[in-house]
Design a protein around this ligand. Sequence first.
Ligand code: 5GP
Length: 121
Amino acid sequence: MTYDPNNVFARILKGEIPCKKVYEDAFALAFHDIAPKAPVHVLVIPKGAYVSWNDFSEKAPAEEIAGFVRAVGAVARQLGLEEPGYRMLINTGRDGGQEVPHLHVHLFGGRVLGRMIPDGV
Ligand code: 5GP
């Protein structure tokens, strides 16, 4: 899949759509999800143009991968989630339920989050 430079997260990165920012550095931007599924629901996105985890893990330079991974951890610590704990989720592709075609890590916290995934195979 080719990257769509007009996807909603690309537009947030360009400042064309507002967001409730919680963190920004050279590699990542983090902001509150518009439709939170937990008391804390933050999205962390890389600044580079990557469609998905698949795209990012295959094509991103090591410096960008390291920077992004460190940024996700920094966001979780900044939000005070390290001790009570939290969950990270990356939906990927059709079966993964990915809706926005710019890589994003969901960070959930603020309550006991329950089972990892609904039952059923
Ligand atoms: P996905 O299903 O692709 O993993 O998750 C996309 C997420 O982006 C959803 O949780 C959705 O609520 C969130 N989202 C979609 N559009 C916007 C937006 O314009 N602003 C923010 N902050 N979140 C958005």
